[in-house]
Each structure stands twice: as C-alpha cells, then as structure tokens.
Ligand binder design. Structure first.
Ligand code: BGC
Length: 731
C-alpha cells in the first residue's frame, strides 16, 4: 500500500478501524504462511484448477456445475486440502439471482451506491457491506463481486448507479468501507472494475486512453484508497483496454501499479469475458479467469501446458495459486463458520437508513416538509402506487417480498420495481389527509387532479442498466412534459427523482421542491415519505455534479458508437473485431474539477444538498506537521430543527502545483438547533501531491496551499492557508 493506514485521510469523528489480518479459527500461522504450506502440498493439476473459474449457472447445454450454489461464478474446491469451492455472487446492491438460477430465491434490495455515497458516511457503507454479506453467507456464497470503485467520469454512464462518485477520495473511502463491512462476515469481496471502465458504450472494445499520472491521481487513486481501507481479497480487472492493452493483461496496471507500487497481496480475477490470452495475461498479473465460458476460448485451461512450454514460469503459477489461497485463508473461507440465518430486520434497517441519509433535497421553496395537517395530496407517476425502481444488469436483485411491478423497456428488458410503495407510505405519514394517485400517463388528467390537491408529489424515474449508457440526461417517456403540465396546474409540487444518475430539469423553476431519491431500495417508499413529512431531516449531499446540459461535459457526445456491437462478452467462438479509442483528455479533471477549472456553473454542484435547517461555518484553520495537514472549523446549526451538517474541506495548490481544487476531507455532525461544534479532518498527503510517473513518486511542491471549507464545492465559506515544504513520497 502507498501509505500506512494512519496517514490516510480520515473523516473526523469516524476513525476507520483498520481491519486486522483476517485470521480466523484455530489454524496457526498467517494467511500467507498457511497459503505457502498448502501450496507445497498441491499437485500441478490442483494449482491449475484454482486459477480457472466457470459460470456457476447452466450454460450452453450443460447443467449447473456440480456443487455450485447457482450464480455468476464458481471455482471448484480442493477437498483433500480443505480448500472450499469459491461460490461467487454479484452483490453490489444485494445478492443477485441472474436468470432466476435459484428459483424463487430473493434478497434485500439495497439502495443504489449513489444513494450510499450521498450519505458521505463510511459507517453506513460498512453496515451495508456487512448486511449484504450476511445474506450471501446464508445462501452459501463466499465471494462477493462488489466494491465497484470506478469513478463516474460521465453522468450518462449506464452503471453510474452502481458506482459511488466523481471524486477519488469519496469513492475510495465509501467503497473501501463497504468492502471492509462485507469481509467482516467471512467472505472475500472484490473491488472492481480495474480500471477505467467508466462507460458502457463499447466497453469490451474500448481502449481508454489517459495520461498515466492523471490516472494515478483520479481513477487509480480511488482504487488505491479503496484497497487500503477495505483490503479486498480480490481485484476484478475490467473489460476495456487501458492505453492500448486489455486491463486483464495489462502489465502496467496489474504488475507494476497494483502488485508493485501498492504491494497488493490478494488475487486478480477477470471480469466475465474479459480475458484474451493465456501466457500474456498470466505474466501480466491475472491470477484467475472467471466465468470462462464467456471468453472466446478457455484460456486458463491451458495454463499447465503454458508452464510446460516455458511461456508461463512455474513460479508465476505458484504465485497465482498462493495469492488465491492467501485470500481464502485471510477471510476465513476455509474455516467452519457458523452461518446464522440472515437477520432481515438488520438488512431492512440498513436499507432504510441508507435512503434516509442518502436522499438529496435539491430545491425547497418552503413546501417541505409538508404540514402535518395537509388535507389533500396527489401522488403522480412512476408506479409510486406499487414500488420504487431499480437499475438493471448483473447487480439486479430480485427483491424480498416479490417484484412489485415490471416495466418493459424495449423488446426484452424490464425495469424491476421493489416492493415499497411510496403511496402507501405517504398515506401512513399523513393519516388525516386524503391521498389520491394518478399514474401520470395522461398529463392533462394528472393536471386536472392536481388542481384539487393542496400539494402534489410527482415521482419521475429513469432506468439505467449495465451494458447501455443513457442516451441523454433528459428524463425519458415524456416525463418532462408531465412535470411541466402538472406544475403549471398546481405550483405546490415536489418532484421526487428516482434516477440512476444526474438528469436535467427544464421544469425546475415551475416546481416548489425537488428530492433526488436515486434508486431507493427495499425500504425506499418509507424513507421518501418520512422526508416529505419531516420525520426525517434530509442530509444527503451530491456525490457528483448535475450539469446544466450535455454541452458542459468534457465529452458532450458519448465517445463510441452506442449502436455498435458488441457491448457484452462475446463468448466461445466470438471475436472482438475492432477497437474503439476513447480519449479521456480531461485526465484527472473529473466532475467538479472540470467545471471549476473552466469557471462553468453546473445545475447542482458536487457536495450540494439542502436540509430543513441551515448551517454556518467559521474559524477555519489548517496546520501542517510535515506533509500531514489537519484542518479544523466550527460548524453550527443556525436554524430551528436538528439536522446533519456535512462540512466539506477542499484544497488548492500554489502556482505551478497543478492542483486547482480537490476534496480533501469532510465531517458529518448531528447538530441540535443553535448547537455548534468544532470539526476536523486529517488530509491524506496525496490530496496535496501530484504523481510523478517517471520517478513513480508522489511529489508535494513547496509553497502556500489554500484550504477552503463549506457546504458544497461552490459554497465554500471560509478559507485559510498552510505552508508546505517540498516533499516526495513513495507510492
Ligand atoms: C460485470 C461484473 C459482474 C460480472 C459477473 C460482468 O458483466 O461487469 O460487474 O460482477 O459480470 O456477473
């Protein structure tokens, strides 16, 4: 790892406990020692079997592999050595059940990672990981394909709802905490998709071109921090190429950066269908082929012959097996761990807490919270009578309680609604009000109903899915017109967005309030209703920028050909017949950094979110001890309600340092009306440094650094300076 854990930026008051090396049970020795001992007893065939994963599902005429629970991936165990099979399930937002492989098996649908990131609360991310992993263990899984830590470079990304943010520190701390929570339950978690899998368009033929130093300061930094915090047992390499080489055979990414500079001790597994070679991949650092039926051929089946031919060294195959064994032992997979039945009350409570903390109040002109004595409400749209939407793809969960509604999208896809009806929850929050529902299919009809109501709650949704990026930032299905028409009929309207990323809001001026609820998960309806009534004071803050339009983006048109094929793994006999070069010329200037550098004002800035109370910030100070900077400020609640303030600290560098503006830390404090508190954060030295690729070191330029603090990237209310001497740090 790049820095000792204690040097890594910590959120004030939320000291992240470093996970102890996960030795379980009564076996002597460290995980590495045990791995070496077992390796010494393994045959060549056993080593080869450990590096080869298959689909854990029926495929191409063959039935489910014997022993497989039924999921995305399976690696046979070695019973004579006490090595368990690896039962791998997607688990980003709950336990997936692709194609209903396990008939009728359901799981808790967790709110999207954008909701989780909006909490800015690593503690709740840790709880999320633990809750999901408990359900996974009870279903027989021991490898969780979660920890999606790609930066959100494009707000149209199909998987943005599975990712955390546009900022490397926020992404790394939140993803790392979720991984840490998961691994507290005796499972291996991945961190994925390493690296630069920032868009779905053309993802398997895409060559992400980026300056290496810029990558170290952006996408790779998110992974670096996530790995330090979460210590995932596995890293999943991505579909795309990075600077001309596929991620899963990219020596720079895997050998040099991950295993070299970061000294990563676990194993690298491929994404499903992301392997393109045997010896090249193995020698570049890939340790395990996953779901190999999705590759054009079974590459790691021939690892034995490749060793015999001298194309792969024996030491390398040993290293591959040793790394896998190390993670198995480190996370206690080889030990008998009593697997209690999952506690669904904890899962539900976690899902509810994430949405309560993660929904972001974007606008409020006094309409919210709705008064307790409101007499007549109208709820409109987005199947809010049934449930709340979720995103598609490998992270899709079949929710406990059953699918509330299936909305067909195109010919063979459908948006799944989780069974948490906002309408029912609103009725419970407002027992004395008449609450009507209009499905919003006819704007005129909804407008007529709106005229009769004291206030209108209009739900608008947008489906995102793995494999396809959003065609635009506009709400689909004529919902902009619906909102506009209803808002003109009744200006007392709150729009609740249930989206997988930012959207543009041409109707904003017509509305009184807007809440971004993301994909709200299994308890979403309840959480939204509590926010509307004021039972919960919203505290979510945007983990990414809402642009005014696509024209503000680094790439106003998505790079690649959205109608081109293929977008998924091609499988046996397929071929990748073209490469598409995506130039990420914006380098490390992702999200708010891009806008700031150009003086552009977005629709809603990074870090933004309203509360039913107001906060103030003063007395910002910064002190340095070598390269370690501590920032302090006083925050207070200047309103009449208790609420959560999230003061954000930013840094910018002296002339020539090439650090225009970066998030450096934050704090999360509960404040009673009138209460004030001193908050502090310890700044990760990498936030003050740039990466020198030729020397492979972080460098801090000597000079005066500006520290600023406030409640979003544009509303920075206080500034201070701190002098740093020039310094350099190993990666
Ligand atoms: C996705 C991964 C997922 C894997 C297994 C791939 O298509 O990119 O995130 O873990 O499938 O389902």
């Amino acid at each position: 790892m790049a820095f000792p854990v204690r040097l890594v930026a910590m959120v004030a008051g939320l000291v992240l406990a470093a996970a102890a090396e996960g030795e379980q049970g009564e076996q002597p020795g460290t995980a590495q020692q045990r791995a070496v001992a077992v390796l010494g007893r393994m045959s060549q065939a056993e080593k080869s079997s450990l590096v080869r994963g298959v689909l854990g599902a029926p495929w191409g005429g063959r039935s489910k592999p014997q022993g497989s629970v039924g999921s995305a991936g399976y690696v046979a165990g070695i019973p004579r050595l006490g090595i368990p099979a690896l039962q791998e399930t997607d688990a980003e937002l709950g336990i997936a059940n692709p194609g209903n492989i396990r008939p009728g098996d359901k799981a808790t649908a967790i709110p999207s990672d954008l909701a989780l990131a909006s909490t800015w609360d690593p503690g709740i991310a840790r709880r999320q990981g633990a809750a999901v992993a408990s359900e996974a263990r009870a279903k027989g899984f021991n490898v969780l394909l979660g920890g999606a830590a790609n930066l959100i470079r494009d707000p149209r990304g199909g998987r943005d709802f599975e990712y955390f943010s546009e900022d490397p520190l926020l992404t790394g701390l939140m993803a790392g905490a979720a991984i840490d929570g998961a691994q507290s339950r005796h499972v291996i978690s991945t961190i994925k998709h390493f690296a630069l899998n920032n868009q779905e368009t053309d993802r398997v033929v895409l060559d992400a071109r980026i300056d290496r130093a810029a990558a170290r300061e952006s996408d790779l930094l998110a992974f670096e921090i996530g790995i330090e915090q979460g210590r995932p047992g596995a890293v999943m390499c991505a579909y795309n190429q990075v600077n001309g080489v596929y991620s899963c055979e990219n020596d720079w990414l895997l050998n040099q950066v991950l295993k070299g500079d970061w000294r990563y001790p676990g194993f690298v597994m491929s994404d499903w269908g992301a392997v393109h070679s045997t010896a090249r991949s193995a020698m570049a650092g890939l340790d395990q082929e996953s779901g190999d039926e999705l590759d054009t051929q079974n590459f790691f089946d021939s690892i034995g012959p490749a060793v015999a031919d001298g194309k792969v060294q024996q030491a390398r195959l040993d290293d591959m097996a040793r790394r896998i064994l190390t993670s198995i032992f480190a996370q206690g997979l080889a030990e008998e761990v009593a697997s209690d039945p999952p506690d669904f009350a904890i899962s539900d409570e976690t899902a509810l807490a994430i949405e309560r903390e993660g929904a972001v109040l974007l606008k409020n002109q006094g309409l919210l919270p709705l008064p307790a004595n409101v007499r007549r409400l109208l709820v409109v749209g987005a199947h809010a009578d049934r449930g709340v939407p979720s995103g598609g793809g490998s992270s899709q969960v079949i929710p406990r309680g059953g699918i509330a509604f299936l909305e067909p999208i195109g010919r063979n896809r459908a948006m799944i609604f989780d069974p948490s009806s906002p309408l029912d929850a609103i009725r419970r929050q407002f027992p004395h009000a008449r609450v009507d529902y209009d499905d919003g299919r006819f704007a005129g009809r909804a407008a007529n109903a709106a005229r009769l109501a004291d206030a209108v709650i209009l739900f608008a949704d947008q489906w995102r899915t793995e494999g396809v990026d959003a065609a635009s930032l506009s709400l689909p299905f004529g919902q902009d017109t619906l909102i506009d028409t209803v808002a003109r009929a009744n200006p007392h309207i709150v729009v609740v967005l249930e989206t997988g990323g930012p959207v543009v809001t041409p109707w904003l001026d017509e509305t009184a309030a807007v809440v971004e609820a993301w994909y709200p998960g299994q308890k979403g309806g309840e959480a939204i209703a509590e926010i509307l009534s004021g039972a919960v004071n919203p505290s979510g803050r945007l983990p990414l920028t809402f642009p005014r339009s696509e024209a503000q983006l680094p790439h106003p048109t998505m790079q690649g050909d959205p109608t081109g094929a293929p977008i998924g793994p091609v499988g046996r006999g397929g071929h990748y017949d073209r490469t598409f070069v995506a130039q990420y010329g914006e380098g490390a200037e992702v999200g708010y950094k891009w806008y700031f550098d150009r003086g552009e004002r977005p629709l809603f800035p990074f870090g933004f979110g309203l509360s039913y109370t107001t906060f103030g910030l003063r007395s910002l100070s910064a002190s340095a001890d070598g390269a370690r900077v501590t920032v302090r400020a006083t925050v207070w609640n200047s309103g009449a309600r208790a609420g959560v303030a999230i003061p954000e600290f930013y840094v910018s560098g002296p002339a020539g340092a090439n650090i225009p503006l970066r998030l450096a830390g934050w704090s999360r404090v509960d404040l009673a009306p009138g209460e004030e508190r001193e908050v502090s954060a310890s700044v990760d030295p990498r936030m003050l440094a740039t990466f020198d690729e030729s020397a492979r070191r972080w460098r801090i330029r000597g000079g005066d650094y500006r520290i600023s603090a406030g409640f979003d990237v544009e509303r920075r209310e206080a500034a201070a300076a701190v002098h740093l001497d020039a310094a350099e740090m190993p990666p």
